[in-house]
Each structure stands twice: as structure tokens, then as C-alpha cells.
Design a protein around this ligand. Structure first.
Ligand SMILES: Nc1ncnc2c1ncn2[C@@H]1O[C@H](COP(=O)(O)OP(=O)(O)O)[C@@H](O)[C@H]1O
Ligand SMILES: [Mg+2]
Length: 257
């Protein structure tokens, strides 16, 4: 275990009926690091992160967080372990403000004569600080989410994760629907999350994005982890050849199906 290890997955497998979605996946996820998961459609990326998110029970394997074995049997278990997942469909409430969305489900409540009041000013202040820290380009926490751009919405989802004390933030294709300028901002947010000491797992099809932001890359193919590279030790050509199956090291595996 390295010093900054946050999560260690070993031998993770997942069957859906007769379909092997994951087989024997080992993965180390580290604090302060952006880890990119790559692979063709159906390679197993989403299934793997759903195991970490407590949305799928693995058919095989073990997971440890900070050296202790954990059971991530539900999304609540994953949240309690400090794991936040931001799916493509962001699950924000259009008609609520930025601050309300960040606090959705954990509103700070103060009681006066037994009657609950939300600490609105305190919530707004805290959200304003988070937005500033992330340089999120959202001028006012009172803005309704309905009026925000795609990149700003990602920023709200990230603030929400941080407000829930997430220590591992998983993002599944966060920039897939964004224009170039917005993509830049979201990638900068991803970097700042890691700089804050979060572990970040990023699923992306965009090789340029991955090379801009990831410290390490893992390629999945047919449910298996077939390659792992530090960014400094690889290049886009090599990563693409792993994704497509053209890399010479894969030839002996391909005929096995
Ligand atoms: N809920 C499910 N039920 C049955 N098969 C599934 C389910 N989710 C994923 N799969 C299958 O598992 C494999 C991996 O899928 P997935 O993890 O979504 O890949 P990726 O995210 O890399 O595109 C695919 O063959 C897919 O059809
Ligand atoms: Mg997927």
C-alpha cells in the first residue's frame, strides 16, 4: 500500500446472468490523484464505478478503504465511506438555487421552540466559499440551477460532493455534453479537486481531456483491466491502441475471445 492509497480493489468480478461485465480487476485509487478509466463501449467502466458507488454488488473480490476491508452494499454505505459519484444525468433540481442544490438532503437546520428553520445565510455563505475555492464561475449561490450552463452544473454537483465530505469523487463522462470552453473549466475543476487532496476517478472517451487532467490511466477491455500507465510514461497513440485492441501486447489475449 502506498502512503496516499485511499481505496484498494482486488479481484473484482461482476456477472449479469451469463454476461461477465468485470473479471478480476485490481485497482488502487490514491488521494490527490486523478485516475482516468478508458475503454470501448461495454468494456466495464460504468459497472466498475457502480461497484464503488454501492449501486452493484460485485460477484467476486474485495475492497479496502485506508487499509480496512469495507462492504459497499448500498449507495448509503458508499457515501458513509466518503465516496461520491457524479453521473452524467446530474440529478440537480432545476427550480432550486445553487445553494439549495448543494445542500439537498443535508440542509443545516436550526430549531427555535422545536420548529426547524434552515440556516439559509450560513448555507449560502458556505456554498459561496466552496464556489470560490473551486473557481467555479458561478457569481451567486442564489441563482436558480435552471439558468446555468452545463459546466456550471458540473461545478454545482462537485460542490455538493465536497459538502458531503467526499474523499473520492467519481465522474462518469462529465464533459461529454459540453462545448470546448466549458470542458476546459470542468477539467480545471477536476484538477482542483485532486489538489484539495481528493481522490478522483474520471471516466472519459476523450483522449485529449484525459491527457490534460489525469495522473494515471487504466484501460478496460471486455471487462478486464488490460493496461495501466502513468501519464508521463505513455502517449495518446499507445492508449488508443489499448482501447481498440491493436496494441501488440494484446495479440495473445485476443484469440481467447
Ligand atoms: N444492469 C446490467 N444488466 C446486464 N448487463 C449489463 C448491465 N450493466 C452492464 N451490463 C453489461 O456489462 C458490460 C459492461 O458494461 P458497462 O460497464 O456499462 O461498460 P462501459 O461503461 O465501459 O461502456 C456490457 O456487456 C453491458 O452490456
Ligand atoms: Mg459507461
Amino acid at each position: 500500500m502506498t502512503d496516499n492509497a485511499f481505496l484498494e480493489a482486488r479481484g473484482i468480478g461482476k456477472q449479469f446472468g451469463g454476461v461477465t461485465a468485470l473479471a478480476d480487476v485490481d485497482m488502487d485509487i490514491r488521494r490527490g490523484e486523478v485516475l482516468a478509466l478508458l475503454g470501448d463501449n461495454g468494456a466495464g467502466k460504468s459497472t466498475f464505478v457502480k461497484v464503488l458507488a454501492g449501486a452493484h454488488r460485485p460477484s467476486a473480490g474485495t475492497i479496502a478503504i485506508e487499509g480496512r476491508p469495507v462492504s459497499l452494499a448500498s449507495p448509503q454505505d458508499a457515501a458513509a465511506a466518503g465516496i461520491a459519484t457524479i453521473y452524467q444525468e446530474l440529478a440537480l433540481s432545476e427550480n432550486l438555487s445553487v445553494a439549495e442544490n448543494v445542500y439537498l438532503g443535508r440542509e443545516d437546520v436550526r430549531r427555535i421552540l422545536g420548529i426547524p428553520f434552515l440556516k439559509r445565510a450560513e448555507m449560502r455563505r458556505r456554498v459561496g466559499v466552496l464556489l470560490d475555492e473551486l473557481d467555479a464561475h458561478i457569481p451567486n449561490p442564489d441563482m436558480p440551477v435552471g439558468g446555468l450552463s452545463g459546466g456550471q452544473r458540473q461545478a454545482v454537483a462537485i460542490c455538493r460532493a465536497l459538502n458531503l465530505d467526499a474523499r473520492l469523487v467519481i465522474m462518469d463522462e462529465p464533459t461529454a455534453a459540453l462545448a470546448v470552453a466549458e470542458t476546459r473549466k470542468v477539467l480545471a475543476l477536476v484538477r482542483r479537486l485532486a489538489e484539495r487532496g481528493c481522490a478522483v476517478v474520471l471516466i472519459s472517451h476523450n483522449i485529449a481531456d484525459v491527457f490534460e487532467v489525469a495522473d494515471r490511466m487504466v484501460v478496460f477491455r471486455r471487462g478486464r483491466k488490460i493496461a495501466e500507465r502513468r501519464r508521463a510514461d505513455t502517449d495518446p497513440e499507445e492508449i488508443v491502441s489499448f482501447i481498440t485492441g491493436a496494441h501488440p501486447s494484446l495479440r495473445s489475449l485476443e484469440h481467447l475471445g
